[in-house]
Ligand binder design. Structure first.
Ligand SMILES: [Zn+2]
Ligand SMILES: [Zn+2]
Length: 401
């Protein structure tokens, strides 16, 4: 972290309402709400909720008019209908399907999560200049479409946060999505809107849901270059993933000059994630969060909204990854070598019956080669992917591919 950054402590609003754990598709579904509860308990047991500059806040659920910034009235009505009778199936709206099981809190818990992200956006925007960060790790439900639930996502809190920023007068909002899956719902919401730059770095659509996110998807006719997609080969590890992030994100942000940065930190890039096929470590995820933090200061006047996302290694990965995210945003990093607190291990056993990880690291020491300094290797599939993305959008931003 730079000296300037260290000299000015960051203010962090951490959005949390225990009610978000009612976002629960039911026993056996990968989106286990224990991932959220165990993250908050780990954040607390490291004292981060009491740390200087950190305020824990809870916002009300997003109301109908807010949800309709992104979603159709018909879809919101459908969610409420299915929540009232979870025996229903509504395939047209993606509800009660194989992925998105119906449950009674489907509307209320989804709206509560969205409310936290929207409030986070408002706080960061209205906080004026500099050093205003907000985190909602329960959010980042980036697959939800205007009229359809998808990929375990009911309301698209990430898109709603961006839409609220636009409503408040923001003219340039950047959205950076590090989840292993393509941020398709957010891309769709702002496909033809030049005020929003969406950048998604994800596993290749040929091997993973939602099978979109090709480099050639680059925005609608009124917003060429506003959608950026970097699909990575299955198996990409720390060095490749970090190389990819650094090869496209900083330059795009420097050209786009966002007034606010919204980021999505899905932890499902991890090697242990059961639903995807990248091989990223906790340590690289932590480094990426630090990079996003620095970029928010460098290019967005410190205005940063950080969201969670996917992540299905409920005990071993998600809580540690997002605790590092919160600690980073608070400007009070947790030492990767630190042991996990005993009280948290007890909570893990109580809630899941599993053994907790013992340290805040995977023991990886990620190194990566900078794309700019070392050029690219035409025989390397990762470098081919990076170059394809740069060619698809960099010229639209006045950048050399
Ligand atoms: Zn900061
Ligand atoms: Zn995901």
């Amino acid at each position: 972290m730079s000296e300037a950054l260290r000299a000015a402590p960051c203010g962090l609003d951490l959005y949390w309402d225990e009610g978000v754990t009612a976002y629960d598709f039911g026993p056996g579904h990968p989106m286990d709400p224990a991932r959220l509860a165990l993250t908050m308990r780990l954040v607390e047991s490291f004292g981060l909720t009491e740390a200087p500059g950190v305020t824990v806040r809870a916002a009300p659920p997003a109301g109908e008019s807010t949800l309709r910034l992104v979603h159709t009235g018909e879809y919101v009505a459908a969610v409420k209908r299915v929540a009232a009778d979870p025996a229903l199936t509504d395939r047209r709206h993606g509800l009660g399907t194989d992925d998105n099981w119906a449950f009674t809190a489907q509307h209320s818990a989804s709206a509560l999560i969205a409310g936290q992200s929207v409030a986070a956006a408002e706080a960061v925007w209205q906080g004026g200049h500099g050093h205003g960060h907000a985190v909602n790790f329960a959010g980042g439900l980036h697959h939800a479409m205007p009229d359809r639930a998808a990929g375990f996502c009911v309301y698209n809190d990430a898109a709603l946060a961006v839409a609220r920023l636009l409503e408040l007068g923001a003219e340039r909002v950047a959205y950076v999505d590090l989840d292993v899956h393509h941020g398709d719902g957010v891309q769709r919401a702002f496909w033809d809107d030049p005020r929003v730059l969406t950048v998604s770095i994800h596993e290749h659509p040929a091997t993973l849901f939602p099978e979109t996110g090709w480099a050639t998807e680059s925005g609608g006719p009124d917003a060429p270059g506003s959608a950026v997609n970097l699909p990575l080969p299955a198996g990409t590890g720390d060095a490749g993933w970090l190389r990819a992030v650094h090869a496209i994100v900083p330059e795009l942000l420097s050209a786009f000059r966002p007034q606010v940065l919204v980021s999505q930190h899905g932890a499902d890039t991890h090697a242990d994630d059961p639903l995807a096929h990248l091989a990223v470590s906790l340590d690289a995820q932590r480094l990426a969060a630090e990079t996003v933090h620095e970029l928010a200061h460098r290019y967005a006047d410190g205005r940063w909204v950080a969201l969670g996302g996917g992540g299905y290694a409920v005990v071993d990965v998600v809580p540690r990854s997002w605790t590092h995210l919160v600690a980073t945003a608070a400007g009070q990093p947790v030492d990767p070598a630190a042991e996990t607190p005993e009280e948290w291990r007890t909570e893990v056993r109580r809630l899941t019956g599993q053994r907790a990880p013992l340290r805040m690291t995977d023991g990886a020491e990620p190194g990566w080669r900078d794309f700019h300094d070392h050029g690219y290797d035409p025989g390397d599939r990762l470098d081919q992917a990076i170059l394809a993305t740069r060619r698809a959008v960099f010229p639209q931003h006045g950048l050399l591919p």
